[in-house]
Design a protein around this ligand. Structure first.
Ligand code: SAM
Length: 196
């Protein structure tokens, strides 16, 4: 497994930075994860396998686990400290919600392992979003969906263009929209949905 350091924000997601992020995510930003979880539970089939890429402290997964005890949830993150925080936050759910270290361009999962892959506020940190796209498609089952939520400046155009030029997602159109987050900052974010 290839795990490299953050090129754009070194150290921000390690040590003290990960502890501050964990606390903020569990308190101030909780409503944001609740909003995204509400969005996803409507489209998730019974017993679905879900991967959260760049899960950070795994708070989105805790919101999904509370809403849907039938789901199998896995979080993956480049930062070992974020993975530790996620494991702590997910411990109450036992084996049905876990977190491990990994890079979006080299995911430690079998092809077709997931019904849905989600990523929130992580894609703008990826060093090589074009390399991430085929990898995200690889771990999805045929017909599975990728949901990317992020700031408007995230590499949504790279994701769309790579999916098109590499032909790694199915023929369904990419859906990109602005949604309200339910929290004050950020008030809105972009949601992009691709179908494998
Ligand atoms: C701003 S945090 C978002 C965390 C969480 N998804 C959320 O919504 O709060 C970005 C996360 O992406 C992770 N990340 C950055 N590059 C990554 C990569 N190439 N592969 C996996 N995770 C990555 C960082 O370690 C960090 O935990």
């Amino acid at each position: 497994m290839r795990v490299h350091h953050h090129r754009n924000l070194p150290g921000v997601f390690a040590g003290r930075g990960s502890r501050i992020y964990d606390r903020t995510a569990r308190t101030l930003l909780r409503g944001l994860y609740a909003r995204i979880a509400d969005d996803l539970v409507d489209v998730l089939p019974d017993g679905a396998d879900v991967l959260d890429v760049g899960t950070g402290p795994g708070v989105l997964l805790t919101e999904l686990a509370r809403r849907r005890p039938d789901l199998h949830l896995v979080g993956v993150d480049l930062s070992a400290d974020m993975v530790s925080a996620a494991q702590r936050n997910l411990s109450e759910f036992g084996g049905r919600a876990t977190a491990q270290q990994g890079d979006v361009v080299d995911l430690p999962f079998a092809a077709g392992a997931f019904d849905l892959v989600v990523s929130s506020f992580s894609s703008h940190h990826w060093d090589d979003p074009a390399a991430a796209v085929p990898e995200l498609a690889r771990v999805l089952r045929p017909g599975g969906r990728l949901y990317v939520y992020d700031f408007g400046f995230a590499p949504f155009d790279v994701i769309t263009e790579t999916a098109r030029s590499r032909g790694v997602f199915g023929s369904s159109p990419v859906r990109t929209s602005r949604i309200r987050t339910g929290v004050l900052c950020p008030r809105r974010c972009t949601r992009q949905v691709l179908t494998a």
